[in-house]
Design a protein around this ligand. Structure first.
Ligand code: ARG
Length: 284
């Protein structure tokens, strides 16, 4: 991209106000291990997790987002990762069905919240971990599989939302959910370009080839930024809330005309999650 093109794109970036669901990490800890980031033998600090989460919550309020909250449940330490609670589009919430029994009860808890808050709900048949693996880009849903969500859940998505659903195969256990390996920067909703960022090594060869073909201008992040879950970020089309330690990603975002906003969620990283994991977008 030339400098003139970059400036032109930058001036057209338009933030759109998002509605998101979050869950305060009042019961956060690491008491089991279902991803390589989790070390139950190491101590965690729940009050620090809450303080860090509150900064993310504050950042969203400052951006003008409508932030809804679901009550955290005791005994569900991973419930803070709201992205896994379901997938919501067109006012329809497709519920989550978790791969590991430790998180199982979160599925119905989130589904009840959706029903009580005016969403049409769809009970899941296949294993799927919601927006952790399903990302909307323009009118297309990118759907991860390989570690958590079963590819059969992608068929459920197709049937419910009548959109194109593209299956992407994840191969690196550290990047086990699609939202740890790929970020949607501009879903194209504000009339801007559809833009993404991703970590090439997280994808199987055929999935990587599809990404390269489909999004030739995507931002590629380096291993250091990936190692702090830098891709696990949330964009409103202009402002991109990212891990504050993802400094090269921050630089690349700025060069493309985005406004990166760093937040430190080091404590929640101990559970294998970051900014995006704590955020479920509610699309009416
Ligand atoms: N400990 C949680 C798990 O392994 C972390 C979930 C992170 N969420 C996400 N959307 N990537 O399931």
């Amino acid at each position: 991209m030339t400098i003139t093109e970059t400036a032109a794109t930058a001036s057209t970036r338009v933030p759109t106000r998002r509605t998101v669901l979050m869950c305060r990490p009042e019961h956060f800890t690491v008491s089991y291990r279902i991803n390589p980031w989790m070390h139950p033998e190491d101590p965690t600090d729940t009050s620090l997790a809450v303080r860090q989460w509150e900064l993310l919550h504050r950042a969203y309020l400052d951006l003008g987002f409508d932030v809804r909250l679901i009550d955290p449940a005791e005994g569900l330490p991973d419930m803070v990762y709201a992205a896994n609670g379901g997938f919501v589009l067109d006012g329809i919430a497709y519920g989550a069905r978790f791969q590991y029994p430790e998180r199982g009860p979160e599925g119905p808890a989130y589904l009840d919240w959706f029903a009580a808050n005016g969403f049409e709900v769809r009970e899941p048949v296949s294993v799927n971990e919601g927006e952790g693996d399903f990302l909307l880009v323009g009118d297309r849903i990118l759907a991860g599989t390989g570690f958590r969500s079963d590819a059969a859940s992608h068929d459920e998505l197709r049937a419910i939302y009548r959109r194109e659903v593209v299956t992407l195969r994840l191969v690196d256990p550290s990047f086990y959910h699609l939202d740890t390996a790929l970020a949607v920067l501009d879903p194209g909703l504000s009339g801007g370009d559809e833009n993404i960022a991703y970590l090439p090594k997280a994808f199987a060869p055929e999935s990587l080839a599809w990404l390269q073909r489909t999004y030739p201008d995507a931002i590629l992040v380096n291993d250091d930024d990936a190692a702090v879950l830098g891709l696990n970020s949330f964009s409103d089309g202009y402002n991109v809330v990212i891990a504050s330690r993802a400094t090269d990603f921050e630089r690349q975002l700025r060069a493309r005309g985005y406004n990166p906003i760093g937040v430190d969620l080091s404590e929640l990283l101990l559970g294998g999650g970051g900014v995006k994991c704590c955020t479920l977008e509610l699309r009416s």
